[in-house]
Design a protein around this ligand. Structure first.
Ligand code: AMP
Ligand code: MG
Length: 421
């Protein structure tokens, strides 16, 4: 078996019970190289795809000087008297260039987007003009030379990088690329992500619960998260706590996937086989992280696929996905500008309990207090099994490892959900 991971000894320096969140992120980042494979696709269908090369502007945008207003175009040489009076010799519309020459004392009526004709350099908006028949009159002091003209290339210069390599295509990029007349772009192929749940207690939705069983909710949360990230995902179902069954799924998933994500079975219980299987089939990079929720978290490789073994608790699945997997998938998919989650500071509306030693991602709600000031409070029960805390929250309250309990009114860092949750 060959695999591209560097030796893992370097991670042995860390106490496996106290690998910090930042260190874990850094370690994962070292192993990420964007997947090979590209496609040429229509920009019309390119939403959320990742550019594989810079897109250069073949011409200026806009490609000609044009009017920003409905009004009158004239030459600024006319601005010699306090009141200006000019004769309107015609109209110029968007898409219909004006070819007549414009003599001293003359102006043209011009519509928004129409090309500025030769011989004029300034546009006055129609609301500032008194018109009688073919004569317009307006005050000189209102005018700045060159006003109300959008200059060729003021958006993008010919030859400039209009969209960078490694950029996720947003609706704005679609419009921008279309404004360049470019129909197709080169993108990275979509990332393939396999996911499954592990646990003897799990019952799939649609089946009747037997005694002692719970419904498998993690696969649904993961399906949502992966769909939000626009990867190609494949559901490998529920796998029992049985090393042979797990081995079989790992094998099948690694034949297809760039990344495998599982939930459960990564603790140190008797039925937690994943770590041993990783060591057998690939590589274990780290195991325990000083965070809450989410202490047991496996990262490594299964054959050639990256593997994230997320904890089983439903909130821990979502938090660890958000804090580690999201970024990794973005890098693997070719993104060079990944979403750095902005953190904002808010005052606590209520006290928070915390023991120093682990970084916590409490589920929070940013809201206005009775004085109309923005503040934040935790959602209540922060147990890692309480998934309703995730549906109520609109942010994580990020509490550093060394921080202890906090009082009402203390400032905390808040990470607003970025749309994938
Ligand atoms: P584990 O990490 O496998 O020990 O699981 C930790 C906790 O999460 C246990 O209470 C499991 O029953 C629960 N759990 C594990 N997998 C799932 C799942 N797919 N859906 C809902 N709860 C789960
Ligand atoms: Mg389990």
């Amino acid at each position: 078996m060959t695999h591209s991971f560097p030796p893992i000894n370097e991670t042995n320096d860390y106490d496996p019970n106290s690998l910090t969140v930042d260190k874990a992120r850094e370690l994962i980042h070292r192993y990420l190289t964007p997947v090979d494979g590209y496609e040429e696709i229509a920009i019309y269908d390119a939403l959320h795809r990742v550019t594989a090369e810079h897109i250069l502007a073949p011409h200026h945008v806009p490609n000609h000087n044009n009017s920003a207003m409905d009004g009158y175009a004239f030459n600024s040489r006319e601005l010699t008297t306090p009141t200006i009076e000019l004769t309107v010799i015609g109209s110029v519309y968007a898409g219909h260039p004006f070819t007549q020459s414009i003599a001293p004392g003359e102006a043209v009526r011009i519509m928004t987007g129409a090309v500025i004709p030769d011989g004029v350099d300034t546009v006055i908006m129609q609301e500032q003009v008194a018109r009688e028949g073919d004569t317009i009159r307006f005050e000189n002091k209102q005018i700045k030379v060159g006003q109300n003209i959008r200059l060729a290339g003021e958006d993008i210069q010919q030859g400039a990088v209009a969209v960078k390599k490694g950029q996720v295509i947003t609706p704005a990029h679609m419009g921008l690329v279309a404004s360049l007349g470019i129909a197709t772009i080169k993108v990275h192929r979509q990332l393939k992500v396999a996911f499954f749940s592990t646990g003897d207690e799990l019952c799939s939705v649609g089946e009747a619960l037997k005694e002692g069983q719970i419904y498998d909710s993690n696969r649904y949360s993961l399906k949502g998260l992966l769909t939000s990230l626009h990867v190609e995902c494949k559901d490998f179902g529920v796998v029992r706590d049985n090393p042979n069954a797990l081995k079989q799924v790992f094998h099948e998933a690694s034949l297809w996937a760039d990344v495998i994500v599982s939930s459960g079975g990564v603790s140190v219980g008797d039925a937690d086989f994943i770590k041993a299987l990783m060591a057998e089939l690939g590589q274990v990079v780290f195991w325990k992280i000083a965070m809450k929720p989410g202490r047991p978290l496996a990262y490594g490789k299964i054959n050639q696929s990256h593997f994230f073994g997320l904890p089983g608790n439903p909130v821990a699945v979502m938090v660890t996905f958000y804090q580690f997997v999201q970024h990794a998938l973005q890098v693997l998919a070719g993104q060079e500008t990944t979403t750095e989650l902005p953190q904002v500071r808010y005052r606590l509306l209520e006290p928070i309990k915390k023991t120093p030693g682990r970084m916590e991602f409490q589920r929070g709600i940013v809201l206005k207090d009775s004085n109309g000031e923005w503040c934040v409070k935790a959602t209540g029960n922060q147990s890692s099994g309480v998934l309703s805390s995730m549906t109520q929250a609109n942010c994580f309250i990020v509490l550093p490892q060394e921080c202890g309990s906090l009082n009402k009114g203390d400032f905390v860092e808040v990470e607003l959900f970025n749309g994938i949750l």
